[in-house]
Write a protein that binds this ligand. Structure first.
Ligand code: CA
Length: 231
């Protein structure tokens, strides 16, 4: 699944430069020239990360950052502010408005990509290619491979994404609705019991090496990934 980045920047040449570099790095890019265009994208589907210019015509980037953070649906989107301003007070304003990071123009594409990677690693590790080890289980995103006690465990793409999400969010309980949003994407209209179907398949894929107990049902709440025994 490709990581989608929404670039909100009103200067076409800068927008183009950013978009070209993001695409080269393997990201899917959505573009908006102002807050209104950004809204239209966000209503259709949540991006995985937003690059937001401070100085926009109409609604300012700062205002838009506050609005995104005030709304439940958009609150958790990783957000980097772009700006020509370098003053300390502006950085503080941006971070207080809810930006996760801040990058001052002019910046090099390499710096931008490094910041994006660092932020995704921090906020959405299931979107990175970093291998993850949890207990006896190892997941290698670039090789699309899961190893349990050293043995390759074949599974479908949905089970793989589900496991990737769980392993990067271990020991936390997620409702079926949250799992749908995180693994299938929000605004995808599928029934919650679909999650149960894929949980069953995932357990089955882990069972040859006896690791299906890592996927735990929390009665009345949802599911949790944990390498320690279910309570
Ligand atoms: Ca601008």
């Amino acid at each position: 699944m490709q990581t989608t980045i929404l670039v909100i920047e009103d200067e076409p040449s800068i927008q183009e430069l950013i978009a070209v570099n993001l695409k080269l790095a393997g990201y899917e890019v959505l573009r908006a020239l102002d807050a209104r265009e950004a809204d239209a994208h966000i209503r259709t589907a949540l991006p995985d990360l937003i690059l937001l210019d401070w100085m926009l015509p109409g609604t300012s980037g700062l205002r838009l950052a506050r609005d995104l953070r005030a709304e439940d649906r958009t609150r958790a989107i990783p957000l980097i502010m772009l700006t020509a301003k370098g003053a300390e007070q502006d950085k503080i304003d941006g971070l207080e408005a809810g930006a996760d990071d801040y990058i001052t123009k002019p910046f090099s594409p390499r710096e931008l990509l490094a910041r994006i990677k660092a932020l995704l690693r921090r906020r959405a590790p299931q979107l990175t290619e970093d291998p993850i080890q949890a207990g006896e289980l190892r997941l290698e995103p670039d090789a699309r491979q899961v190893l349990g006690r050293g043995q390759a465990l074949p599974m479908g793409p949905t089970e793989f994404r589900l496991l990737h999400f769980f392993m990067t969010h271990a020991d936390r309980v997620y409702t079926r609705g949250q799992v749908l949003d995180q693994v299938w994407g929000d605004h995808v209209f599928i029934e919650e019991r679909t999650v149960d179907v894929h949980i069953r398949r995932l357990r089955k894929a882990l069972s040859p090496v006896g690791l299906d107990a890592y996927i735990q049902t929390v009665r009345g709440a949802g599911y949790r990934f944990s390498t320690s025994a279910a309570a």
